[in-house]
Write a protein that binds this ligand. Structure first.
Ligand code: ADP
Ligand code: ADP
Ligand code: ZN
Ligand code: ZN
Length: 832
């Protein structure tokens, strides 16, 4: 075959892609300018990510890894090689996707941005030391290093201690009545009581009446006398030798040694967990804490919001120009100048409310991504492509401008910036737009337009086009619903909410708005979702509520429990459902078919086929989560984790079942011509037709289509789903339930990842929930949603300590007129 294809020059300033067939892409050919901001648009599932991440980024990464490590070629082949014929003009690429920090991570805003390195240097080289104290090296200012950690708590800042109070919650009880609550229960507890009694202690007087010396011995002794015990109750039982355990010894032993997590957790309840007294909970060594900068020690410095640090650093940075304060003044000025510049970028991105010591697991994916973007500005890389996933997620419209400035700065640094984006304010400012579509899945996958933004207006097929033009107010002017009853919460305390009183109208759709960091999530996802639910549960008024994944198991949520004062109107709520963006599962074992329950119906149908009946295969045979029908090599995951040091957590297809997840015998059974693995490969749209005869499956599939997820495949593993998709799967799962009403639904930015055309679809579903007598509260930045709400609560005025207050409430039209609200101008523009 000698067909001649002209190879475009790699020096024409464009990336040329030809024959891209990744996922749903249909033989895509496109040229994309380098050194430009390029927006990839299109409805959800149209193929934007398949092009930007799945093809361009994947290929750049593959080439890069090949060039740095020849021996890696073999390994990478198991990873992702995009289906693309040809790409030229491709520089190395860096992907900045929206990911949560891993829950166990000890990383902080300071370590992630590397600002902490400079801060330690500042303290080491230019801090104010106590008279005569020696200078410390910069590692001494980190609790995570051997030299810097507090010697008592090893840098953790926490100490566990037992006291009489913690071990004996009610000293009016006798030992027989269970005064020493920290002792084990049941049989073992009776033994200890018998032993105590044999040792000559009175187990029948209230514990507090025992002499102090006796109480101390019972609770704290290290001694473990062994005595011969005749069981008190059961006289026929044989005497036995019993060993005494003081309450402290028992608790410490259980915490350190028990294999049972619930035993350990129970034992921990009898310890006071508090700040380490040596370092006051900071984890720093005492001599490091004695050093100050701008009047703050390192712990205080790290706890100050970035906005505040900028104020502190400015005079230090400016000192350079005025007097030369000697060597250390010079050093201080140059480090302070550098820090100040970097912090200014972060505050510009609306992150000024974060402090350096804030743990990354507590940040939202949008906050994480913006931190990473800002950090890249300092990386000094040039000539790379940055591929970003909706950098505007979590951003108030007022903060879109600074984001654009940072993207411009990356470009000015000699880089290309490719963004998958739905926010039309950002898209409109790009140099170039690539619109993918027209529809989702098989209905998309074509590049409809590639060129300067203005040109999209002429592309009839494009769904994006209409949203780029300034909206006329042709939008149906809805009359807001008027609530009759209200849910009222007084004295909410959490993070920057300091005794906030908030009222939520029941039976309507409420949007909670405000700039990033103003307290929206604290109010909705914590105070309402966790705090109110706990309170209702304790009072027995919530009959059933859905445990979220975070429920009680996520230590960060545990610590972030809001305190609520008085609550009124809660008796009108039967159930609280928080539909957050947390994954529907962390392994490829979960997918939307298992999560929504539709897979149960499918498995039952397979069990009813003639071959299954003949072989005696029940529904369980068709599960990939239990032994029987699944492939035992990959235990039904279809993938095996490829352990590579430099590519943590990569998955490769299972060599045994080639990703089908099942063993060959199971795959011999087919329903309407497809085996179970083939059914899992169907998209929701195709499955709706294929499974139309199975009512339970058909109902789930319809609700999934209703929330715009028709393009997803049934078996798409949970870790591959975006946060927005996970949230919409949760929404669909709720919509398919029998109608109950009187549920309070809480959603945090449900439009993340949604094209404006899909936002309309989502809104219909939210209204549907309201029409069925439920209450819906959404945290949102998207003005289409805010404009369509019945009620708006605007928080502010700014982020962090400057926020946490309700600035305005009212119908969208009322709010749009509020002169102090930062949201009002954007809402007014949307309402026309
Ligand atoms: P967008 O970014 O426009 O939302 P995607 O590129 O993520 O769209 O998806 C395009 C199509 O490819 C969809 O039908 C989607 O279900 C499918 N798809 C995406 N990722 C995968 C994957 N890892 N495996 C199989 N199909 C996928
Ligand atoms: P929004 O949702 O409006 O962006 P948040 O409720 O996330 O605002 O944050 C409000 C304030 O509370 C901010 O100052 C933020 O830094 C702080 N905050 C939020 N979550 C945590 C947390 N887990 N730990 C400490 N501070 C937090
Ligand atoms: Zn300590
Ligand atoms: Zn397998």
């Amino acid at each position: 075959d000698t067909e001649y294809t002209p190879i475009p020059s790699t020096h024409d300033g464009f990336v040329h892609v030809r024959g891209a067939n990744e996922n749903n892409l249909r033989d895509v050919e496109v040229r994309i300018p380098r050194d430009a901001i390029v927006a990839f648009t299109g409805v959800s599932g149209s193929g934007k990510s398949s092009l930007a991440f799945g093809t361009i980024f994947a290929e750049a990464q593959r080439r890069f890894l090949e060039s740095v490590a020849p021996y890696a070629r073999r390994l990478i082949a198991q990873g992702h090689t995009p289906k693309v014929e040809f790409i030229s003009g491709l520089p190395p690429a860096v992907a900045l996707q929206q990911r949560r920090g891993t829950a166990s991570s000890r990383s902080t805003v300071g370590t992630l941005t590397t600002l902490s390195n400079s801060v330690r240097m500042l303290f080491s080289r230019a801090g104010d030391y106590p008279q005569g104290a020696p200078r410390l090296e910069s590692d001494s200012f980190s609790p995570n290093t051997a030299v810097g950690a507090c010697p008592i708590c090893h840098g953790l800042g926490i100490s566990h201690a037992v006291t009489e109070d913690s071990l004996v919650p009610d000293a009016n009880l006798s030992i027989r009545e269970g005064a020493i609550a920290a002792w084990p229960g049941a049989w073992q507890g009776k033994n200890l009581r018998d032993i105590t009694s044999h040792l000559g202690y009175d187990v029948d007087v209230p514990f507090r009446q025992l002499p102090k010396k006796e109480r101390d011995w019972l609770l704290f002794t290290e001694e473990q006398p062994v005595v011969e015990v005749t069981p008190e109750r059961d006289r026929v039982a044989k005497p036995y030798k019993g060993r005494f355990w003081s309450a402290r010894r028992y608790v410490l032993h259980t915490v350190a040694e028990s294999k049972s997590a619930s035993m350990r957790a129970k034992a921990l309840q009898f310890m006071h967990t508090g700040p380490c007294p040596e370092c006051a909970g900071t984890g720093f060594r005492p001599d490091a804490l004695a050093v100050t900068c701008a009047g703050l020690n390192i712990a205080e410095f790290n706890a100050t919001a970035l906005d505040g640090l900028a104020v502190l650093l400015r005079p230090l940075a400016e000192a350079r120009n005025k007097e030369s304060g000697g060597m250390s003044g010079e050093v201080a000025a140059s480090i302070a100048t550098d820090l100040l510049e970097r912090i200014t970028v972060l505050t510009g991105l609306g992150l000024g409310y974060l402090s350096l010591d804030r743990g990354t697991p507590t940040l939202s994916p949008g906050e994480m991504q913006r931190l990473r973007i800002a950090t890249q500005l300092r990386s000094g890389l040039f000539g790379v492509i940055y591929v970003l996933d909706e950098p505007s997620a979590g951003l108030h419209p007022a903060d879109a401008q600074p984001l654009l400035e940072v993207l411009e700065a990356l470009k000015a640094g000699g880089n290309s910036v490719f963004v998958v984006e739905h926010n039309m304010d950002v898209v409109a400012r790009a140099d170039w737009i690539i619109d993918v579509g027209p529809g989702a899945g098989a209905g998309g996958g074509k590049v409809l337009y590639s060129g300067p933004v203005a040109g999209l207006a002429d592309v009839n097929e494009s769904v994006t086009r209409q949203f780029l033009e300034p909206r006329d107010s042709a939008n149906e002017p809805r009359t807001p619903r008027v609530a009759e009853k209200w849910l009222e919460l007084d004295g909410i305390r959490l993070h920057n909410l300091v005794g906030l009183d908030a009222r939520f109208p029941l039976g309507v759709l409420t949007a909670v708005t405000g700039v990033s960091g103003s307290g929206k999530s604290s109010l909705v996802s914590q105070a309402l979702a966790v705090g109110l639910r706990d309170q209702l549960r304790a009072g027995g008024s919530v009959t059933s509520s859905e445990p979220t994944e975070a429920d009680g198991t996520d230590p960060d949520t545990e610590m972030a429990r809001a305190t609520l004062g008085e609550v009124r109107g809660a008796q009108r709520i039967d159930r609280i459902v928080a539909m957050d963006q947390k994954p529907i599962g962390r392994t490829p074992r979960s997918n939307l078919a298992t999560y929504t329950g539709l897979f149960d119906a499918v498995r039952k149908a397979f069990a009813q086929t003639p071959l299954a009946l003949e072989r005696g295969y029940g529904a369980g045979r068709f599960s990939f989560n239990v032994a029987g029908g699944r492939c035992e090599t990959c235990l039904g995951e279809g993938y095996l984790e490829v352990e590579l040091l430099f590519l943590p957590g990569s998955y490769g297809p299972c060599p045994q079942c080639h990703g089908s997840r099942y063993n060959p015998e199971t795959l011999e059974v087919s329903y309407a011509g497809k085996n179970i693995a083939e059914v899992l490969e169907l998209s929701v749209d195709d499955a709706a037709e294929f499974l139309a005869e199975i009512p339970a499956a058909a109902r789930s599939l319809q609700t999934l289509r209703d929330v715009g997820l028709g393009y997803l495949s049934l078996g798409q593993p949970a870790p591959e789903l975006s946060g927005g998709e996970a949230q919409r799967i949760k929404l669909a799962t709720e919509l398919q339930r029998a109608r109950r009403g009187h549920t309070l639904y809480l959603l945090d930015e449900p439009t993340t990842g949604l094209h404006p055309a899909d936002v309309a679809l989502l809104l219909q579903q939210l209204h549907r929930l309201v029409q069925e007598s439920n209450t819906v509260v959404v945290v949102e930045h998207h003005m289409d949603v805010v404009a369509a709400a019945d009620w708006v609560i605007d928080l502010g005025p700014a982020g962090g300590d400057q926020g946490g207050k309700i600035i305005a409430t009212g119908t969208p039209r009322e709010l749009a007129l509020n002169p102090t609200s930062k949201t009002a101008p954007y809402l007014a523009r949307r309402l026309g």
